[in-house]
Design a protein around this ligand. Structure first.
Ligand SMILES: C[S@@+](CC[C@H](N)C(=O)[O-])C[C@H]1O[C@@H](n2cnc3c(N)ncnc32)[C@H](O)[C@@H]1O
Length: 256
């Protein structure tokens, strides 16, 4: 549905039955994904933003738009409330790493509840824009590819609607780096409602596994991330699935 003006996209979503929407998205996915074959994460997400695969920027001073999942208040507000409550549960505001921070429309709302805040993305121009737009927010914006580099340890890591766009090989490369860099992983993934086969592979790119009736579950094979505990923080219905946020306390790290 991307590629249509926003007003038409909204109208189409409200009028068309979900089955038809799924086949339109499936067709679009076939067409789009061949263009992503063999691209690095950096090249893939530069292309996603340049081609406005997740929609066009809403403000003239922005060249990047991270999608409705980062901007729709019905999706963002419950997440910010739940993640904010989690952060307020710490005795001191925890240091936070935000991996795949995107246009930072979500991260800026959680910034007040955090100690040190480091926000990373693989897209260089996006990080340059964030440094400029959010220069008052005391955030350390960095270019980082989580599949290729291990960030410095922070108490809490947010990875919101990032892994869902990656191939299984890229997720497998990212997870040990994630596990080495935080005590609490706050992970948000768009998954089908109800039971589903986890981690059906896809190519790295703009689309997600929902079209295949699958979603990322890091504790399931082939990833089987060891965790000490997990807790559902929030879930928001979207496109016949759920945008689900889980807090994982990672194995090997002492409890606070
Ligand atoms: C759908 S956006 C989500 C942005 C933000 N987390 C949010 O929820 O608003 C996914 C972001 O992940 C970034 N990303 C994808 N692969 C990455 C990687 N390997 N390392 C770091 N960032 C990555 C993309 O560039 C994009 O900005």
């Amino acid at each position: 549905m991307n590629g249509l003006p926003d007003s038409l996209r909204g109208l189409a979503r409200s009028l068309l039955p979900e089955a038809l929407l799924r086949s339109v998205r499936g067709w679009r996915r076939e067409r789009t994904m061949s263009a992503y074959d063999g691209l690095s994460a950096k090249a893939a997400f530069e292309k996603v933003y340049a081609d406005r695969e997740w929609g066009a920027p809403r403000h003239g001073d922005s060249a990047y738009y991270s999608g409705d999942g980062s901007h729709d208040p019905d999706i963002v507000t419950p997440y910010v409330e739940a993640a904010g409550a989690f952060l307020l549960g710490f005795a001191e505001p925890p240091d936070v790493l935000d991996i795949g921070c995107g246009d930072f429309h979500v991260g800026v709302r959680l910034r007040p509840h955090c100690g040190r805040y480091t926000a990373c993305d693989v897209v260089e121009g996006l990080i340059a824009q964030n440094r400029e737009r959010y220069r008052e927010s005391d955030v350390d914006f960095r270019v980082l590819d989580i599949t290729a580099a291990t960030p410095e340890f922070h108490e809490v890591m947010f990875v919101r609607q990032v892994l869902q766009h990656l191939s299984n090989a890229a997720i497998a490369a990212a997870l040990p780096r994630i596990a080495a860099s935080c005590r609490y992983l706050v992970l948000t993934e768009h998954v089908p409602a109800g039971n589903f086969p986890p981690n059906v592979d896809k190519m790295t790119g703009p689309d997600i596994r929902l079209l295949d009736g699958s979603g990322v579950v890091v504790t399931a094979p082939p990833f089987s991330l060891p965790v000490k505990s997990q807790r559902l923080l929030c879930k928001v219905p979207q496109y016949g699935g759920m945008i689900r946020t889980v807090v994982y306390q990672l194995d090997g790290h002492a409890s606070t």
